[in-house]
Each structure stands twice: as C-alpha cells, then as structure tokens.
Design a protein around this ligand. Structure first.
Ligand code: ATP
Ligand code: MG
Length: 428
C-alpha cells in the first residue's frame, strides 16, 4: 500500500547548504534520509527500503556460503578491548554506567565474537565456523562527511571465520571473495576488488571492494586487467610516474576516486590469542583458532549507487536497489477517467506482486514528474489524457530517460503484469 498522498517522502528543491557530495544532496532532496547531528542520520521510509535491499542481497550471499546470522550487542564491557589493546583507539566511544563500570560502544565486533567463541568452541570438530550479523557500529570519526558515506553511526554486515589452521582460513577467505564478488555484481555497482595494505594492521592478506565515485576519499589506479589502491600501485616496481599520470610497464594507468564499500581481512590469531580462543586437536593438543574478518556497509552501497548513476534530474537506481519498481503517476483529479484507470492499473500491479509507488496526490504534472525523476525508480508509468486517448499508460525508463512502448490499459490484469514484468527485465 504505497500511495504518495499518505507516504512520508519529503522531497526538496534545494540541497542542504553544507552538502558537497552528490549522494548527500540527492538522497536528502529525494526524501530518503535526514540528518539529526554531525554524522548522525535517519533513514526515512523510502531510503530504508533501499538500505534493506542492499541488506537482503548481502544476507542471501552470506547464507549461501554457510554463514550463520546472529546478533551481538553494541554496548559492551571494556575488558575484552583492553585485552586486545584496542581500548585506546580514538574512534572508540567509551562510557561508564551508574555503577562506574567501564563500557564501550562497539566500532566493530572482533572482541565480542572472539569472546563467545573462546567460551563455546572446544574442539576441532566445532570448526570451521562462519558467523555474521548486521549491527550498528559507533565510531567517533574525526570527519563525518558526505551524507551517509561516512557517519558516526552506521549498520555494517560483519562476518567472522574460525578455522583450525591457515589453510582453513584461506578457504573461508576465498568463500568470502566469491560472496562479495556476487554481492557487488548483484547491486549493479561498478566496482573493483583491490589488494589492500595490511602492513600496518599486521594481517596476512586483505582486499578492499572499491566503488569508483566522485565523493570517494581513496584513489585507485586502473589499467588493462589491473586495479589497485594508488598507494599500493606506487610500491609496485613496474609502476612509474609518466607525463600526466602513471604507467604500468608501457600501459597507461588512470587514477579515479573511489569509496571503500567492503573489506575482507585475514586476521590470523591476532584476536584469538589475547582472548583465549583455542581448540583441541585430534591428539588433545591445544591451538589458537585462525580468524578472518569481513565487513561491508549497506549505506555505502546505496550512496555509491546514487553517485554512480545519477543524472541532472536525480537518482537512477539499478533494479536491485530501487525503492519501488514502478512509479505510477496519475494526471487528473478526483473523479476523472484518468483516476479510474490509474486506480485499476495500481490494483492490477499490486495484485501481481509488483512494487508500486502510486503518486495519487492532487498536484501538477511538473511537480509529479520532477519528484519521480528525483527518486529514480527504474520505470515510470503515467496515466494522463494524451496516452489515454490511445488506451495506454505512458512508459518512461528512468535510466537514459527514454520512452518505452505504451502499456495497453484494456488488457486483462495478468497481461498488464506480464507486460510490466517484461519491461522490468529489459532494464539494467
Ligand atoms: P574507511 O577506510 O573508509 O574509514 P574502514 O577501513 O574504517 O573504512 P572497516 O572498518 O573495514 O572500514 O568497515 C567495513 C565497512 O564498513 C567499510 O567497507 C564501509 O562499507 C563501512 N564503513 C566503515 N566506516 C564507515 C562510516 N564511517 N560510515 C559508513 N560506513 C562505514
Ligand atoms: Mg575508518
């Protein structure tokens, strides 16, 4: 049931004064998000739908590699963080309760998950294990910016793998590479998996999933069959600075800004040692568990999609993330033929399981079209006088703003649904 006349979609003509990033401007203007404070954001109904689409894609691909979904708290005792040496991290919010116990607001969940595994995993028979959750992260970011791209509170999917040895970790890592590749492909984003610098964190290997976009704070170097973080590329002896840029051997590299949307990391025993996560092998000998940690941010997927596909009129969602498949616009007031036809079309599409946002407001065509193009649903159907004379609803494909073949309104409801589904299949 989504009639725009009673749906909370507060669109704006102008972007917030402080909004530089395109995704920040458009997501606020389209009525998807609103700010409450620096780096603190609310997802409004349409925005939350998009966020949850990203969440669902991630969930399906995690489940497909045998990961088990759970939920760990954000509010945590400080003790495990002290043990891993991370209590001093500046981004970590610290607080105390009324009794004076030291607490933290988790910025990630290695401490929590390892704490539990240390208690419940005993033997090699309990391994391997992949655990994950979608949970709020709190980070005292030095510079929250760009709408939901860098906030102080955000939802992350973080998974953790537990293996008896390095070979097992490698296997679990490769499963994540596949899952993340599929997640990114399904979102429709242009992305690159690049090796990341693990030196500083003392890890055994790591990759980042980068989505090129103007608002990105990282830089990636791209060449034929080559993609790397610029910082990593510069360390490659085959990469040289040349006139106006970089070359790899004799091939040119282009440098693009990008945002990190996901990150996978071979931790080794970095957390299992200090938190005592060990297992007994077949011979009764004790060993530390080998761990990996894998993060991905649905909010960044959403914002990167806005950045990558927007045009001068607004957002243009890939199918997989769109808040609604169809934005149905009626031009005609209460009691008109247009209304009657639009109501019937709305009912038929809903019955057919198509997600429709129905703009039934008493407003002008200009306002309705502007809002539809701002919100960016892949298909727009319009029931207005002109097309109605030919017995049709007008079709616009949002990407490219091109007209599609009109939909004949005198068709049976199942036929209407089939036509719209076919149109849907034809778009990116
Ligand atoms: P960055 O280098 O951009 O600060 P990070 O290395 O701190 O990212 P991780 O700790 O690896 O990020 O978190 C995993 C994922 O969580 C990131 O890939 C990103 O999608 C998301 N994420 C991290 N920080 C933020 C933030 N401040 N706001 C929104 N999403 C975030
Ligand atoms: Mg960070």
């Amino acid at each position: 049931m989504t009639r725009l006349s009673d749906y909370l979609l507060p669109t704006e003509k102008d972007p917030p004064a402080d909004a530089e990033a395109l995704s920040h401007q458009l997501m606020v203007r389209a009525g998807l998000i609103r700010q409450m404070g620096a780096g603190m954001w609310t997802w409004l109904p349409a925005g939350w739908r998009v966020h949850q689409r990203a969440v669902q894609i991630i969930r399906e691909e995690m489940d497909a590699i045998g990961a088990q979904e759970m939920l760990m708290p954000v509010l945590q005792p400080a003790e495990p963080w002290r043990r891993t040496g991370r209590l001093e991290i500046e981004e970590l919010f610290k607080l105390s309760d009324r009794k004076g116990s030291e607490l933290v607001l988790a910025m990630t969940h290695e401490e929590a998950v390892t704490f539990h595994v240390a208690q419940v995993v005993r033997s090699y028979r309990d391994l391997p294990l992949i655990l994950y959750h979608f949970q709020v992260k709190e980070r005292d970011e030095p510079r929250p910016r760009a709408g939901v791209l860098r906030t102080r509170e955000f939802i992350m999917k973080d998974s953790y793998t537990f293996d008896r040895d390095e070979a097992g970790l490698h296997e679990r890592y490769e499963l994540h590479v596949d899952a993340y590749d599929r997640i990114m492909q399904r979102t429709g984003l242009r992305f690159y998996r690049v090796e990341s610098d693990v030196g500083m964190m003392g890890g055994l290997g790591a990759h980042e999933y980068m989505a090129p976009c103007a608002a990105g704070e990282d830089e990636i170097a791209l060449g034929e069959g080559y993609a790397a973080n610029l910082e990593i590329a510069k360390q490659n002896p085959e990469v040289r600075q040349a006139a106006g840029g970089y070359v790899l051997g004799d091939k040119p590299l282009t440098v693009e800004p990008a945002i990190e949307v996901g990150n996978i990391f071979k931790l080794g025993t970095r957390y299992s040692e200090p938190l005592g996560a060990r297992y007994l092998d077949e011979h009764g000998e004790e060993h530390p568990i080998w761990m990996g940690s894998y993060g991905i941010g649905p909010a960044r997927i959403v914002a990167a999609a806005v950045e990558q596909f927007a045009d001068e009129r607004g957002i243009s969602w890939p199918r997989s993330l769109a808040p609604f498949a169809v934005h149905l616009v009626v031009l005609g007031s209460e009691g008109s033929t247009e209304r009657r036809e639009a109501e019937a079309l709305y009912a038929a599409l809903r019955e057919g399981g198509i997600e429709v946002l129905y703009d039934d407001r008493e407003a002008g065509a200009g306002e309705k079209f502007a809002d539809a193009e701002l919100l960016g649903c892949p298909l727009r159907l319009t029931v207005g006088r002109r097309a109605l004379e030919a017995g049709q609803a007008e079709v616009q494909l949002r990407r490219g703003r091109s007209d599609g073949p009109g939909v004949a309104l005198d068709a049976a409801p199942e036929e209407l649904v089939r036509t719209v589904r076919e149109l849907w299949q034809s778009i990116p």
